[in-house]
Design a protein around this ligand. Structure first.
Ligand code: BEZ
Ligand code: FE
Length: 295
């Protein structure tokens, strides 16, 4: 790092290069692609010039991105993980899910959604044989004027008590995920598991970057939702557990105040809402009313 002032001649050379590279995209036929490429060049050059990037740092950066590419395959997407821990995924969610009245806030999608999760009835169980404390989840789906939305498709998925999603099990069994539909009055309910914290995959280059910067890979405890209904904006979100100490340090910046919910602890002798016999084990319950914005 040098503190020498940058001479007028040096500044001119650097600025000339930025202008030349930007101009190289002038003939791009697609106006959006042109805008993206020219702005990208502008911002990247600003970054290099601002931090006075050394040649060995440039090499390290290339090595890092190469490692991110090398570990990425059909099952592991380290580039998305990198985007997640840099807050780029959440910024993209923010830009594309503009605030609309009382509509429920969106958050990061994550890598553990699976198409074709089992269909359950209202009040059914998504946990399967995933270990954890049973949790009764209930609420409504409505529009921003308060009209109930019947027939909304609600996808839910979550990690088990050991911090694993079923797709991380080695035996291929399905657990901790399902989909259901709201009833004509917009009501839904299901049995899940009280969410517990878990780390994002951190055995690769993104994990090394977190370690080198004294950041934790832990995600705040959460339960994923994806809710769709005709003429409504698709909602991808989670609910978080009030009181979780990780709420302020979620590794992918997914926490929103409005998505923090009270999971009420119930002792084993408390009767369950649907009469389910939990063998005297404690359980919890939470309410999540979902409000969908127009498309
Ligand atoms: C998740 O919540 O499932 C997740 C989100 C971002 C990165 C890794 C996991
Ligand atoms: Fe998750």
């Amino acid at each position: 790092m040098s503190n020498n002032p940058i001479s007028a001649e040096q500044t001119k050379r650097e600025e000339d290069l930025v202008r030349t590279v930007i101009a190289s995209f002038d003939k791009t036929a697609d106006p959006r692609l042109k805008e993206i490429m020219q702005k990208l060049v502008q911002h990247l050059h600003n970054f290099v010039r601002d931090i006075r990037l050394s040649e060995s740092e440039w090499e390290k950066m290339i090595e890092f991105l190469t490692a991110v590419g090398n570990i990425t395959d059909d099952r592991r997407q380290e580039f998305i993980l990198l985007s997640d821990v840099l807050g780029i995924s959440m910024q993209t969610v923010a830009v594309n899910n503009e605030a609309f009245g009382t509509a429920t806030e969106a958050t990061v999608f994550g890598p553990f959604f699976v198409n074709d999760a089992p269909l359950i009835d209202i009040g059914g169980d998504i946990a399967g044989d995933a270990p954890g404390q049973p949790c009764w989840v209930e609420g409504t789906v409505s529009d921003t004027e308060g009209n109930p939305i019947g027939g909304a498709r609600i996808e839910v998925w979550e990690a088990d008590d050991d911090g694993f999603y079923d797709v991380q099990y080695t035996d291929g069994r399905v657990a901790g995920r399902a989909h259901l539909y709201s009833d004509p009055d917009g009501n839904y309910s299901f049995w899940g598991l009280t969410p517990t914290p878990y780390p994002i995959p951190h055995d690769g280059p993104v994990g090394m970057m977190l370690e080198a910067t004294s950041r934790s890979p832990m995600r705040a405890s959460h339960l994923h939702f994806m809710v769709t209904a005709p003429h409504r904006r698709k909602l991808v979100t989670h609910i978080f557990v009030a009181g979780d100490e990780l709420l302020s340090s979620d590794s992918v910046f997914g926490v929103k105040e409005s998505l923090i919910k009270h999971f009420h602890y119930q002792a084993g002798d408390v009767v369950t809402p649907d009469g389910r016999d939990l063998g005297g084990h404690p359980w919890s319950r939470v309410r999540f009313d979902i409000i969908l914005a127009p498309e």
